[in-house]
Design a protein around this ligand. Structure first.
Ligand code: MG
Length: 434
């Protein structure tokens, strides 16, 4: 598609853009315990990387992420923190097939008073899409065509093969392209096309548009915009990211702010509280049923105490006892969130904030697993760390020792703090709830 055959825009208004990112697959071909779009790719979930690729795009107002409703919590965790930013990110329930899920995303955008004038549709498992590709698709639509897709020319020779496994013909590859995503369209036209095509099982949105008689052009894509389909694709994608990071690091090696980003500190903490008669314990600020309680001067939240000590350890600023002496009556019965928040604030004062928390609780009872995610999100809320980087683990001591005999609960914590860069002191503490 060349520029001279593009029509003029229908009006002079700047289009308002939204993106539909389709991630409703169940990942049957991929194996593993979670669908591929939530798998880790070089430290971040694939879906998060995909959404992050669209976040900096000028003119993009909304991102709708379509997921299978049973994976809503996984998606929320993968996108933690992004949903508070611009463009807005919302999670929408998908349907059993890709085409139905795209339609669900488009219908979500159509609701309300201000649907977009144009939309990008993108696979949730193409995390390496370049911003230049996204902008090229947008520019084509702005230029007046109904639709435009990222595509790659077919470079390999194509063979038709008979049922017996013998080559029957060589296909002329002239003018053949591989359709990728993003695929961009004027919103009302692709919405109408998808509504008409419901149930027809087409393999991409351009096919839906073509069936509706829309003009769809192509823009040149990059070879690294791969669709992560099988396990080997993860390895290839990770290699692309590492190569890109190496390049970025060499370019930025002299950048002072980047050097600050690499300033991290570690701290460890350990705490024990004795059991006493009672029916509940407070762990990570959450009170849960137990066949006993924990005794202590404060609320005896052994988990918060270990993490507080880990934060103080990371900034080499004493320990929880030196900041909150157990002999001081002010702290009797205190919510231990006060201690943890204080430690995080001390870290923020010198330019650090929690990046990662790893907590291990050692007890036979109560069972921690059912409360794990609640604990993680409470810790994330309190410390400002992303929930995706907050781990809560539990182990028994095989009925050995004081934890094995149920005489007490022990907690081990590891915390990583990162230094800014923060533009101001206020910025460094804004993530700490007051
Ligand atoms: Mg303690």
């Amino acid at each position: 598609m060349t520029a001279d055959i593009l029509r003029q825009p229908e009006d002079d208004d700047k289009p308002s853009w939204a993106a539909v990112i389709v991630a409703a697959g169940r990942g049957d071909r991929f194996g593993g315990s979670i669908p591929k779009q939530f798998r880790d790719l070089a430290g971040r979930p694939i879906l998060r990387r995909t959404v992050e690729a669209f976040m900096p795009v000028d003119g993009l107002d909304r991102i709708v992420v379509v997921v299978d409703p049973i994976n809503h919590d996984l998606a929320a965790m993968a996108l933690d923190g992004l949903r508070d930013q611009r463009p807005t990110v919302t999670i929408v329930p998908g349907r059993s097939d890709r085409q139905g899920s795209v339609l669900a995303g488009l219908e979500a955008l159509a609701e309300g008073s201000a649907p977009p004038s144009a939309v990008l549709i993108h696979d949730g498992v193409r995390p390496l899409v370049r911003i230049s590709t996204i902008k090229a698709v947008m520019a084509a639509i702005t230029g007046g065509i109904d639709g435009a897709i990222a595509a790659l020319p077919v470079n390999d020779t194509l063979k038709g093969v008979s049922d017996s496994g013998v080559i029957s013909r060589t296909v002329d590859r002239t003018g053949l392209y591989r359709a990728q995503t993003p695929q961009g369209f004027t919103f009302n036209r692709i919405l109408a096309a998808h509504r008409n095509a419901a149930g027809k099982q087409m393999t991409d949105d351009a096919a839906v548009a073509e069936a509706a008689g829309l003009s769809v052009g192509i823009v040149a894509d990059h070879g690294d915009n791969i669709k992560i389909t099988v396990e080997d694709d993860l390895t290839i994608a990770a290699r692309f990211i590492i190569e890109d990071n190496d390049l970025t690091a060499s370019v930025k090696a002299s950048d002072e702010s980047f050097e600050h980003c690499r300033d991290i500190r570690f701290g460890q903490g350990f705490d024990v509280h004795r059991t006493c008669p009672g029916q509940s314990v407070t762990l990570c600020g959450i009170t849960i049923p137990a066949p006993f309680s924990l005794s202590g001067h404060s609320d005896a939240d052994v988990a918060f105490h270990a993490i507080t000590d880990a934060v103080l350890g990371a900034i080499a600023d004493g320990d929880i006892g030196s900041h909150f002496p157990p002999t001081d009556p002010r702290w009797k019965g205190t919510d231990s969130a006060v201690f943890l928040r204080h430690a995080v604030e001390k870290a923020c004062e010198i330019g650090f904030r929690p990046l990662q928390i790893d907590l291990t609780l050692i007890c036979e009872r109560p069972k921690i697993g059912p409360h794990r995610d609640l604990f993680r999100h409470r810790l994330a809320d309190l410390t400002g760390a992303d929930a995706g980087r907050v781990a809560v683990k539990a182990t028994t001591s095989e009925r050995l020792g004081f934890t094995g005999r149920g005489e007490g609960i022990a907690a081990l914590a590891m915390v990583v703090l990162e230094r800014g860069p923060f533009s101001s002191a206020a910025d460094s503490t804004k993530r700490v709830p007051q």
